[in-house]
Structure formats: C-alpha cells, structure tokens
Design a protein around this ligand. Structure first.
Ligand code: SF4
Length: 230
C-alpha cells in the first residue's frame, strides 16, 4: 500500500504538531497483534543508532503535520488499530498528548518504542511494545531499565531483537533478572531479518522453557525487507 503523501501546507502551533515520515495502512507485522489491519504513524528522528536498524530513512526529513491532518488521514483509512512508531516515537514531546487524543478518538493504540526514552508519560490506555536492545545492536548500554518496571502484563509487550545466540543469552538474563514472564503480556524474540539460522533460534526458543514468543516480521516476508510504507 502507498504511504500518505506528506506535505507541509500551513503554519501550525508547535505543541499540536509532530514531525512525520509516513502514514500508511497495512497489516501489523509483529507482536501478538501480527496479522491485524493496522494504520501506522511513523514519526521522524531517533537518538539511537542500532547496527541492524531498518528505519534509517526516518532519522531526518519528514514533514511537520498538525494533529488534525494526521487524524484526517487516519479517518480515511477507517482502521481502529493505530501504531505510533518511528524512528523513536517518544522522542518528540508532542507525542504524549497525541497518543491521548488518539485514544480519546476511540483508537486502540500501539506504541513501538526503542527503549531509550522513558515511557512514564505515555497514556496508560496505550499498549506499549518495548524494545530491549541486545549487545549486537551496539546500543545495549542505553536501555532505560526503569521502563521494564512500568510494563503492564494486561497489555504491554517486550521485544528482544536478536542477531545471534549471544543476544539470546542476554535476553534470557534480562527476562529472569526483571521477572518479565510475570511483568510483560508477551515476550517477543525477534530474529533480525536474514538471521543466519531461523531453525536454530526457533529450536532454542522451543527448548527454553520460557513463556516467550518467536516474532517474525510478517510484513518483510510479504512485501520484502526494503519496501517502506507497507
Ligand atoms: S531504536 Fe529503532 S529506529 Fe532507532 S536506531 Fe534502533 S532500530 Fe533504528
């Protein structure tokens, strides 16, 4: 599906605007919501630089849009489920009132966050999918660990993107240290796209005895790894 054409059209007050890379309708590719129709609002900018990042095109550019313009696009799609993603969606201050406004408009809201920014100000009705960065990302030192203590097992999920078995061992340690099997609604083990042996990680997950879920990025298998806005 084509992403929305993003154009700056008129001046807006800054607290009711967000810098947006793309808005599009697709299928949710990850998490326990995988396969559901979902509208995506992809915000621009990220303070992290994960080695395997697949969203580098969000680091700069985008267009400043008013909340009303984003709502209008979402209304066209008529999709109740909305994911706010990035880049790092929580890096823009206006995202917090935006999330609350989406919820007030009756949307079910997913927030896909990289785990560096505090989730404290996120409206508690939103469903957080929180990344924990593993060593191979190059950004494990920047995890904001207090975010793990705020997870709500009724709705929030935690995701480990793993590039190798060392990352898997790191994930295991964090799952145990922070009692994530009780704290998180789902624990997603997400091999980087092109992981050398999916069978190996699948068998490792199967034997783990942990309440975890292998998380493949459905959209990349459908549309390909380098296609944006789907
Ligand atoms: S947090 Fe996400 S968007 Fe930012 S560098 Fe890492 S993978 Fe890319």
């Amino acid at each position: 599906m084509r992403s929305a054409e993003i154009k700056d059209q008129r001046p807006k007050t800054k607290d009711q605007t967000l810098r947006v890379t793309e808005i599009f309708l697709s299928i949710q590719g990850e998490s326990s919501h995988a396969g559901r129709p979902c509208a995506f609002v992809r915000l621009t900018g990220c303070p992290m630089r994960c080695v395997w990042c697949d969203s580098e095109y969000t680091f700069t550019g985008g267009a400043r849009l008013g909340f009303d313009e984003i709502f209008a696009k979402l209304d066209e799609y008529g999709c109740r489920l909305v994911e706010v993603t990035g880049g790092e969606p929580l890096a823009q201050k206006a995202v917090f009132p935006f999330i609350a406004a989406l919820l007030d408009r009756g949307h079910e809201v997913l927030i896909e966050t990289g785990g560096y920014v505090s989730t404290e100000k996120v409206d508690p009705r939103a469903k957080i999918i929180l990344d924990v960065k593993c060593p191979a990302s190059g950004e494990a030192e920047r995890n904001h660990w207090a975010n793990l203590e705020r997870l709500n097992p009724a709705k929030d999920e935690v995701k480990f993107v793993v590039a190798d078995l060392n990352d898997w061992n790191f994930a295991r340690e964090i799952i145990e240290k922070y009692d994530l099997q009780n704290r998180a609604g789902e624990i997603l083990i997400s091999p980087v796209f092109g992981f050398e042996s999916l069978r190996e990680i699948a068998e490792t997950v199967a034997r783990s005895g942990l309440r975890v879920r292998l998380n493949l990025q459905l959209h990349k298998y459908i549309w390909g790894a380098d296609v944006h806005g789907v």
